[in-house]
Structure formats: C-alpha cells, structure tokens
Design a protein around this ligand. Structure first.
Ligand SMILES: C[S@@+](CC[C@H](N)C(=O)[O-])C[C@H]1O[C@@H](n2cnc3c(N)ncnc32)[C@H](O)[C@@H]1O
Length: 236
C-alpha cells in the first residue's frame, strides 16, 4: 500500500474539537495521571498524545511511532520514525496505554497477530490496549462510487482483522466514538484531492477527478455526517 501523507492535515481530524472529544472518550476508558506511560503506534502528527501531554504533564513523555515523518509533528512527545512492529519487538519497555488509532489496517494479518501478542506483553498490569478503526457497517464517510467500492472492501478486510484481534485479546470491550462532522464541500473535495484516506491511495488521477465531479453534484455547499470509530479495548 502507498503511504498516507495527508491524514489529519487541516481536516476535522486535526481540529481542536475533534481532539477534545476524542480525548474525552479516551479519558472514560483509561485512568490517566502523571505516571501513565503511553505508546501510540501510527501516531501521525501526534495530535492526540501531544494534547494529553499538555494536560497531564506525564513524567515519561508519551512515545509516538510512525513509518512516516509528517510535517508538523508535535514537539512535546517523543517521536520515532519506525515500524510499530519492529519497535515493540526490539524494546522491552512496558506501557499503561498502547493506542492504535486507525492504523491496524496497514498491517498484514500475520504481522497483526504477532503485533497484538507482543503488545499484550508490553502492557503494565492493569494497562490497556485501545484499537480504533472505522465503523464497518453503514459507514457515513462521503464517497463517490469507486471510493465507496474501495472503502467497502477495506472495511470487509477490517472485519477479518477484528476477528484476529478479538481472538488474540479474548476479553475485549467494544464501544463507538461518534464525531459530528460539518465541513464545507470545497474543503472536503480538497481532502479527497489530496487522498486523505487510504482507500483513495491507489486510485488514478483520472478516477479522483471523476469522483470529485460526482461529489460536486451529489452534495450541497455544506457536508454533514457522523464519523464513527469502533473502539476495541483490552485490559491486562
Ligand atoms: C490513518 S493514520 C492515523 C494517524 C493517527 N493515529 C490519528 O488517528 O490521527 C495511520 C498512520 O499509521 C501509520 N502507519 C502505517 N503503518 C505503520 C506501521 N507499520 N508502523 C507505524 N505506523 C504505521 C501511517 O503512516 C499513518 O500515519
């Protein structure tokens, strides 16, 4: 799969409100305090852990891993440009929270199995793994026809990955994070053009511009929908 470059860059995903709502959701699932040690695998620009660091001033700065070094990575966390799997395999440190937000679909089934096994071992007693993925049924992300086909097939694969995750973690708790998006069509089309979501990465320029015309006529000036993430939580 090609690498994702434009994730959360000036989209609702990087908005203060999104990060605030997301961290509020997180807070209800994990008891955070100064001593909490956090590892974020596939952190992107690290907006989430950076905001948590500002609020909790953790004694050990959260660590964010990503295979891409995006522009504007937050400075108040420790960022490492590395494959999450390799990092976990080669480091014995333990964490109270291992976060995988919208990242597991980048792993092959076999790598994911091993990743989950090691992540379990790298948890402190009472520590949590939180895995967030797009909701697979009735997903509301605005799509053109080809994009919907790609998204649906990626969501089908996600369902297979859930089975692996649930088999490996056994006792899990599933909840959903809902965020109400209200975005101008102009801005959303720019996001599509910059291939903000992985189901757009393999489309040709022609398919993208055809899709943009399709979205142009399908939506009014403002696009409203709910962005829903499934959260799989495991406690050691
Ligand atoms: C959809 S983005 C999510 C970013 C961030 N978690 C968030 O929600 O804002 C997925 C991220 O996972 C990263 N990624 C993909 N494969 C990875 C791997 N093997 N190890 C670490 N990061 C990876 C991508 O580069 C990308 O930045």
């Amino acid at each position: 799969m090609k690498k994702l470059k434009n994730w959360d860059n000036q989209t609702w995903l990087s908005s203060e409100n999104y990060i605030y709502q997301f961290n509020k959701f997180l807070n209800k699932r994990v008891r955070l305090n100064k001593n909490t040690k956090i590892l974020d695998i596939g952190c992107g620009r690290a907006n989430i852990i950076s905001t948590l660091q500002k609020r909790y001033k953790f004694r050990e700065k959260p660590i964010g891993l990503d295979i891409m070094k995006n522009k504007g990575i937050k400075k108040n966390i420790i960022f490492k440009k590395i494959d999450g799997y390799n990092y976990l395999k080669n480091k014995n440190s333990k964490y109270d929270l291992i976060l995988l937000k919208q990242t597991v679909h980048f792993f092959s089934s076999s790598k994911l199995k091993v990743l989950i096994n090691i992540a379990k071992k790298r948890l402190e007693r009472g520590g949590k793994i939180l895995i967030f993925t797009l909701k697979t049924t009735n997903n509301k992300i605005p799509c053109f026809k080809k994009m919907r086909q790609k998204l649906d097939s990626s969501l089908k694969r996600d369902e297979k990955l859930f089975k692996i995750i649930e088999k490996k973690l056994k006792r899990t708790n599933v909840t959903f994070f809902n965020f109400k998006v209200n975005i101008s069509k102009h801005k959303y089309l720019k996001m599509v053009k910059s291939r903000y979501i992985s189901c757009l990465l393999d489309l040709s320029n022609y398919e993208i511009s055809k899709g943009i015309s399709e979205l142009q006529s399908k939506y009014n000036t403002q696009i409203k929908f709910t962005d829903t993430l499934k959260c799989i939580a495991y406690k050691k």
